[in-house]
Design a protein around this ligand. Sequence first.
Ligand code: PLP
Length: 404
Amino acid sequence: MKTIYVDNNATTRTAPEVVETMLPYFSELYGNPSSMHFFGGQVEKSLREARARLAALLGADPDEIVYTSCGTESDNTAVWGTLRSYPEKKHVITTRVEHPAVNNLANHLRRFGYRVTEVGVDREGRLNLDQIKEAISEDTAIISVMWANNETGVIFPVEEIADLARGRGVVFHTDAVQAVGKVPINLRETKIDMLSLSGHKLHAPKGIGALYIRKGAKFKPFIVGGHQEKGRRGGTENVPYIIGLGRAGELALAHLDEENTRIKTLRDKLENGLLAAVPNSMINGDRLHRLPNTTSISFEYVEGEAILIHLSELGICASSGSACTSGSLEPSHVLRAMGVPFTAAHGSIRFSLSIYNTEEEIDYILEHVPGVVAKLRDLSPFWKDGRPTDSALLAGTASCAIRH
Ligand code: PLP
């Protein structure tokens, strides 16, 4: 059976070019970059080059990059590092649709006595900037808003929020784990103070991330230890992975146009094809301001998990909601925050493409998904004679919005 991998917001294939670049650093080039001798020195030089490559993808200075182990560590580092720098400030602003790396951190902060405001989104998953403006108070230390949502792909106006934050003397952090490599980023032209990214979302391996910290931003380290990363993150550098991330950054920059042309065209073909072939289907999220590779599509009156199992048997790897939240039958917190009707939220599937996907693969998905949905609907008490039953229509009016 062939594998059709369209779950790239969960993780990506490590690019063969990245693997090739990393390999010597597991074998002959194993020196410690902090060592005084030539053997460590040559590794230190490669690290410097890799840092410059990643910085180029972000429009940042190499010194503004701090390596971490993953996106989650970057997010935690940004938030805790800022809160510890402003001990008198006890307020954090974020959104209801963040990844658990920020969302659960926000709940955790409450237990430490912080006040957290989580701004909501509208039915299209869009933020209202006025709500952020109104939430800022004298003791707001940090605003953390993701650049792009991992489930719907909706892109937030982070540059405008950064301007707003700077004007009010508040640090602005963005979780750009899903945006880096998919949308152009030039941090020099923004007022973003901190940005998180994760290697495994852009064809580098799992286990490497980075945090951009703007020069001059107040920051206290989250992991305290040696002098590595200019004292901002202790621990001997993960040399092969950092080198791999540098190469992945270089490749992402080279493929940025393709993401926004070929991949976007494939995504649009997929979603338009599905909308046309499957009755009672809908796209979740603002179709205009979205990542080029992502579609979240709901097939009403079927369980997303049941669709996934059938697709998996056909070799198609997709996801229902976030990979981190699937496994539970609760609709995702993102779709709930958007107020997606209950019957649609349950039947949501996320397809997320990468440069490795082909048109033949999209055709294969289009050939099979409508039949899978039709088969499952035939088994559903909510579907009869090609349409939802009256009781299904009644249930469909109930929204699964979170009431805060
Ligand atoms: N933030 C977002 C938006 C994500 O999509 C993810 C992973 O799915 C993370 C953070 C966490 O990244 P990592 O898996 O590298 O910890």
